[in-house]
Write a protein that binds this ligand. Structure first.
Ligand SMILES: *Cc1c(COP(=O)(O)O)cnc(C)c1O
Length: 369
C-alpha cells in the first residue's frame, strides 16, 4: 500500500545546521524583537533579491495587511478573486472595498485589459497576485497605475526567489510581500517579508509591525505585533542556503509533469514566457476540461484520492464567493475566474517528491483510474 502524498510537504534543512544556531540562541536568551538573526536574515534577503527595502514579519498575511495600511489608502482597491483568502481579507481588514477584476485564461493572473473599466474616482490602488508564482503583466499594470495615479501592491506570496527579465520580482510595483509559511517554496516555519520601495512607507511598516511604538514614551500609530522571532529567522538562514538546489529539484519534477501531461486530452497546464522568467516551481495546477477529458475536476480528485494522493482545489471557491462577503455586494464580474476555479486541480509538487511518485500520478491522470 502506498503512503499518503499531499499537495506539498515543508522543506527542512539538515538538522545540524539549525542546531548550530539554536545553541547560540540558548546562550544569549535573545528570542525576538528584531534580534540579530532576524537582522541577519533581512540583510541576506536584501542581497538575495538585490533590494535594500525589506522587513521580515511573523507571517505573510501581516506583511500584506501592514503594507496596505502604510500606503494610507482609501475607497476602492482593484484585485483578483483567484487567490488565497489572505489577499482579500488584508484589503477588507484595512477598511477598503475590494473590486474584483477577472483573470487571464493563460496564467490565472489579473487581466490587465479589464482593469481600467473598473477604475472610479474612489479607486486608490491595485492589489494583483503572482498566483502560483506566475508573474502578472507587470508592465501593463505599471502603465495603468501611472496613468491613474494608483498604488500597486503585489501579493507575491507564491513568488519568492523569482525573476522577470533578469530582475527580482520584488522590484515591481510600489510594494510587495512574500509568504515564508511552511508550505511555501522558502519557509521560516511561519513568516513573511514586506518589500516597500519608498523609505518613508517602509519605516511606517516597521513601526506598525511593533505596535506603532516610536520610542519608550511615544506611540504614534495604531499598529499591531507582526515581528518575526529568532527561531523563524534561523530557519530562514538555513533554508536560504539550499533554496537554489531545492528550486532545481522542483523544476525537474515540474518539467516532467509538463512533458507527461501535455499529451493528455482535456488536461491543460499554465503557459508562460520561459525565456524571460525564473520561476520557483512550487505549484503545479492542472485544468480539467470535462467535455474533452470525459471526467470533471471533482471526479479526478476522487480518483487520485483513492490512490492516497491528495490534490487540492486551489483556488476554489474564489474569494468573492466566500460566505463572509456575500452580504457586501462587492463588484465581481469574473466569469473566467469562476470557470477556472471549477476546473483547477493542484497536484503534488515539492522538493522531496520522488519522480516515481510523479510518474504514478501522471499514469493515474492518463488512465483516469
Ligand atoms: C500563503 C499566502 C498568503 C499569506 O501568507 P501567510 O504566510 O500564510 O500568512 C497571502 N497570499 C497568498 C496568495 C498566499 O498563498
Amino acid at each position: 500500500m502506498n503512503e499518503e502524498i499531499y499537495v506539498t510537504k515543508p522543506v527542512l534543512p539538515p538538522m545540524e545546521e539549525y542546531m548550530e544556531y539554536l545553541k547560540d540562541i540558548w546562550e544569549t536568551h535573545n528570542l525576538t524583537n528584531v534580534g540579530k538573526y532576524t537582522r541577519q536574515l533581512m540583510i541576506e534577503l536584501m542581497q538575495f533579491m538585490n533590494s535594500r527595502h525589506c522587513l521580515p514579519t511573523v507571517n505573510g498575511h501581516m506583511a500584506l495587511e501592514m503594507t496596505i495600511q502604510a500606503m494610507e489608502l482609501s475607497g476602492e482597491v482593484i484585485t483578483t478573486p483567484f487567490t488565497f483568502a489572505s489577499t482579500t481579507h488584508a484589503i477588507v481588514r484595512n477598511g477598503l472595498t475590494p473590486v474584483f477584476c477577472d483573470i487571464r485564461e493563460s496564467d490565472c493572473t489579473i487581466d490587465p485589459d479589464k482593469i481600467e473599466d473598473l477604475i472610479t474616482d474612489k479607486t486608490t490602488a491595485i492589489v494583483p497576485v503572482h498566483v502560483y508564482g506566475m508573474p502578472c503583466d507587470v508592465e501593463k499594470i505599471e502603465a495603468i497605475a501611472k496613468k491613474h495615479n494608483l498604488k500597486v501592491i503585489y501579493d507575491a506570496a507564491h513568488a519568492f526567489g523569482e525573476e522577470y527579465k533578469g530582475k527580482s520580482i520584488s522590484k515591481y510595483g510600489d510594494a510587495c510581500m512574500f509568504s515564508f509559511h511552511a508550505t511555501k517554496s522558502f519557509n521560516t516555519i511561519e513568516g513573511g517579508l514586506a518589500v516597500v520601495h519608498n523609505t518613508k512607507a517602509l519605516t511606517r511598516v516597521y513601526q506598525l509591525h511593533n505596535f506603532g511604538i516610536m520610542d519608550e514614551e511615544n506611540v504614534e500609530f495604531v499598529g499591531a505585533n507582526a515581528k518575526m522571532n529568532e527561531f523563524q529567522a534561523i530557519m530562514g538562514l538555513c533554508n536560504l542556503k539550499h533554496f537554489e538546489e531545492n528550486r532545481l529539484k522542483r523544476k525537474e519534477i515540474y518539467d516532467y509533469y509538463r512533458q507527461e501531461l501535455s499529451s493528455v486530452e482535456g488536461i491543460r497546464m499554465l503557459s508562460y514566457d520561459e525565456d524571460n522568467l525564473k520561476l520557483n516551481y512550487s505549484y503545479c495546477p492542472i485544468f480539467v476540461d470535462p467535455d474533452v477529458y470525459g471526467m470533471n475536476r471533482d471526479e479526478l480528485a476522487e480518483v487520485l484520492l483513492s490512490h492516497h494522493i491528495h490534490a487540492r482545489k486551489y483556488f476554489y471557491p474564489i474569494t468573492s464567493q466566500f460566505a463572509c462577503y456575500q452580504a457586501e455586494n462587492y463588484k465581481a464580474d469574473v466569469p473566467v475566474a469562476e470557470r477556472l476555479s471549477k476546473q483547477v486541480l493542484t497536484i503534488p509538487l515539492y522538493t522531496d517528491l520522488a519522480l516515481e511518485d510523479a510518474a504514478r500520478i501522471c499514469n493515474i491522470i492518463r488512465d483516469k483510474q
